[in-house]
Design a protein around this ligand. Structure first.
Ligand code: URA
Length: 227
């Protein structure tokens, strides 16, 4: 069980210094649409400097199921929506195959700004570090407070780390309900972009099926809990 101090979203009111830095910690947000605007103005770490915009989570105001990825990629950064690029295409397919309607799920990320390294005209994804993940946890905590999911699927290690408040090995928690907050559990699985990096087709198919089974397992668990 995650303790109160570890839980994202539990912070003391912001200080004058934090306010002057544009820090949102302690600020009272009234709605997800207010949060959307505020994420875009966030300067809690330096990733805002090179990113096009902050990309907040999207979905119903309240949802039983929430999905959390790592950070926006190139397409998400340009379009301002989570999971709309190549990883999003695999995620959409896997959700369909698992019988989950994306429009009924709240989809977000652990980190709200795109971190990348320029390579010629391309921008190559770069993994967020511990302090960037930590700086962004407040936003995820706020989203959790609004959406109130009963199950949060962590897509990969960065999401799991942000949610649980400590580094996590995906294989150790994969496909199991992990107690999270009073009303919610976390369900850890792989990040869909892992599938894009598997060169061998048969292995890619096998890992994709395992990913779909994780998603099916998560909804089956949710449905059992609802009875
Ligand atoms: N990868 C993520 O983790 N999130 C996105 O929104 C897109 C790609």
């Amino acid at each position: 069980m995650v303790t109160r101090d570890q839980r994202p979203g539990t912070h003391p009111p912001r200080t004058t210094d934090e306010r002057e830095r544009g820090d949102e910690i302690g600020r009272h947000l009234n709605s997800l649409s207010e949060l959307r605007e505020a994420v875009n103005a966030c300067k809690r770490c330096l990733l805002y400097r090179d990113a096009t915009q902050g990309v907040p989570g999207e979905g119903p105001d309240k949802a039983e199921l929430m999905l959390v990825g790592e950070q926006p990629g190139d397409s998400e950064d340009l379009e301002g929506h989570p999971f709309v690029g190549p990883a999003g295409a695999i995620l959409d397919r896997a959700l369909r195959d698992a019988g989950i309607e994306r429009k009924e799920v709240f989809v977000s990320n652990a980190v709200k700004h795109f971190k990348f390294e320029p390579r010629g005209k391309r921008r190559l994804h770069s993994k967020p570090n511990a302090s960037e993940i930590e700086a962004c946890r407040w936003w995820l905590g706020e989203e959790l407070k609004f959406v109130q999911p009963r199950l949060v699927i962590a897509l990969g290690g960065t999401a799991a780390r942000s949610l649980l408040g400590h580094p996590v090995t995906v294989s150790s928690l994969r496909g199991l309900p992990t107690p999270f907050t009073e009303g919610a559990h976390v369900w850890v699985t792989i990040h869909p972009s892992y599938l894009l990096r598997i060169p061998e087709q048969a292995q890619q198919r096998a890992e994709y099926s395992k990913f779909v089974r994780d998603l099916e397992g998560a909804t089956a668990w949710l449905n059992r809990k609802a009875k």
